[in-house]
Design a protein around this ligand. Structure first.
Ligand SMILES: Cc1cc2nc3c(=O)[nH]c(=O)nc-3n(C[C@H](O)[C@H](O)[C@H](O)COP(=O)(O)OP(=O)(O)OC[C@H]3O[C@@H](n4cnc5c(N)ncnc54)[C@H](O)[C@@H]3O)c2cc1C
Ligand code: SF4
Length: 463
């Protein structure tokens, strides 16, 4: 296969005109020969700088070299030693700013497609099936994990591999956290999440769904009445932030959280086959420019909107979404209204959105911190003709568990205070993921879950 060695092997994907009409996954992934050819681009560096960029320190050259040698079982074993959710990470990790940004190949061309290879080997395993790891003798210690998102799943899986008796409590009816209720099907098929969650359960982790900790049972009761020796809190940041502008309570205004949860978890995109409907008008404004905003915009197009605008007060350079997501959104026809700040939402006489008032912005010179602040341009007001507004400007932690757990110190924004090992101010309680950092990434949440599992294990052994 002739290929420019300086470039990653491309991944085939659905054509943009076709894919805006469906919720099927956009990229198809590598076939075996392409994966082997991409693995051959890896230089098997001794110090492997790519690993520095991975919060769970996957042994990247080891898993890639095994793909190169077509030893796929060895490759997945090397991967799973550090990462229990590779099919998820291979799809949604921001590799360009993590492992791949450290790859020596990036100095003279494109980095090795580490994420694409991770996805390849994970999908190979899901198709072929391989033996689960042998588990050690049970230690007799019980750990409760609150929240079955990436932080909780990782922590639970690692603790089970160490022989502890782990129960995961999840508020929703389905485990996965943002992976199931936030990230849409066309980016991360729910079947993939279900299979990786199934792997965690095969390690012996018990799962109790529809259990809202802080309401159904409190953390204190987990210790006192249920006999747990330690608790890990991974409840994420699921509380939406609003803009605080007039008209935000009009009909047709959604938080991205509600918009995506209705569509993904409640399967509104398959209404009336599933019970949840969703209203999407003709012209939709999505406020914000992170991954959540791109997901909302691309979802709105698929639900039938004619015009979808990303409204963002800074320029394209500051957009926080992954490059691939921005590129996919552009290809699908999402329109970008940059340097534009919403200042009010107008309604009709029935209380439905009929337009969004905006102001043009400019970026000032960078200040001492190096950041350019956006400032409004006088008399630049205009009305964007929209009938639906989706607000995607960030999430904060849900306060329920911090408020109902005694002795837990919290930060200013409702986060739980934890040290680098995830240890909180309350003995026997660890926390990690978005509940500690605020909204971040899947792999950071997994890194925190992993670190906490190690530390909980040491604590349990010392007891
Ligand atoms: C739409 C969207 C797109 C994203 N895209 C990306 C991306 O492409 N790449 C990336 O790396 N990151 C992305 N992120 C961010 C990433 O998903 C999060 O950083 C990550 O999921 C955090 O993991 P977590 O385990 O801390 O929390 P979560 O995933 O939020 O999981 C927390 C879990 O705890 C449960 N829970 C909450 N309260 C309770 C309670 N009281 N009792 C029991 N259970 C409870 C919740 O139901 C949930 O299942 C995205 C986020 C969103 C919203
Ligand atoms: S830095 Fe790049 S080339 Fe070197 S081992 Fe890592 S992936 Fe391979």
């Amino acid at each position: 296969m002739a290929h420019d060695i300086k470039k990653k092997h491309p991944m085939e994907e659905q054509n943009p005109q076709e894919r805006v009409k469906n919720f099927d996954e956009v990229p198809f992934g590598y076939d075996i020969d392409t994966a082997v050819a991409e693995a051959e681009r890896c230089l098997d560096c001794k110090k492997a700088p790519c690993r520095q960029g991975c919060p769970v320190e996957v042994n990247i050259p080891a898993f890639i070299m095994s793909i190169k040698d077509r030893k796929f079982e060895e490759s997945i074993a090397a991967m799973k030693a550090d990462n229990s959710l590779p099919a998820i990470c291979g799809r949604v990790c921001p590799q360009e700013s993590q492992c791949e940004s450290f790859c020596v190949r990036a100095k003279k061309g494109e980095p090795v497609g580490i994420g694409r290879l991770e996805r390849f080997i994970a999908d190979w395993q899901l198709k072929e099936g391989v033996e689960d790891p042998k588990l050690p003798e049970p230690t007799g210690k019980k750990v409760a994990v609150v929240g079955a998102g990436p932080a909780g799943l990782t922590c639970a899986g690692d603790l089970a591999k160490l022989g502890h008796d782990v129960t995961m409590y999840e508020a929703f009816h389905t485990p996965g956290g943002v992976l199931v209720y936030g990230i849409p099907e066309f980016r991360l098929p729910k079947e993939i999440v279900a299979k990786e969650v199934d792997y965690i359960q095969r390690l012996g982790v018990k799962l109790e769904t529809n259990m809202v900790i802080g309401k159904t049972i409190t953390v204190d009761e987990l210790f006192e009445e249920h006999g747990f020796d330690a608790v890990f809190i991974g409840t994420g940041a699921g509380l939406p932030t609003f803009l605080g502008i007039p008209g935000e309570n009009l009909l047709g205004v959604y938080s991205a959280n509600e918009f995506l949860t209705r569509t993904n978890l409640m399967k509104a995109y398959r209404f009336p086959e599933f019970d949840t409907p969703i209203h999407v008008g003709k012209n939709v404004a999505v406020v914000g420019a992170g991954n959540v905003a791109m997901d909302s915009a691309r979802t709105a197009l698929r639900l039938g909107a004619e015009n979808v605008y990303i409204v963002y007060r800074r320029s394209d350079k500051e957009m926080p979404a992954r490059l691939e997501e921005i590129h996919h959104a552009e290809e699908e026809g999402v329109q970008f209204r940059l340097l534009t700040n919403p200042i009010g939402i107008n309604g009709d006489d029935k209380g439905w959105v009929k337009g969004m008032e905006c102001m043009q912005m400019r970026l000032c010179e960078p200040d001492e911190s190096g950041r350019c602040r956006p400032e409004p341009i006088e008399d630049s007001n205009f009305v964007l003709d929209v009938d639906t507004v989706v607000v995607a400007v960030g999430q904060t932690p849900n306060p329920l568990v911090p408020q109902t757990t005694t002795g837990l110190k919290t930060g200013r924004k409702g986060t739980i205070d934890a040290d680098e090992f995830g240890k909180t101010s309350r003995e026997g309680v660890w926390a990690g993921g978005d509940i500690v950092t605020g909204a971040a990434t899947v792999i950071n949440a997994m890194g925190a879950g992993k670190m906490a599992a190690k530390n909980i294990d040491e604590y349990l052994k010392s007891k």
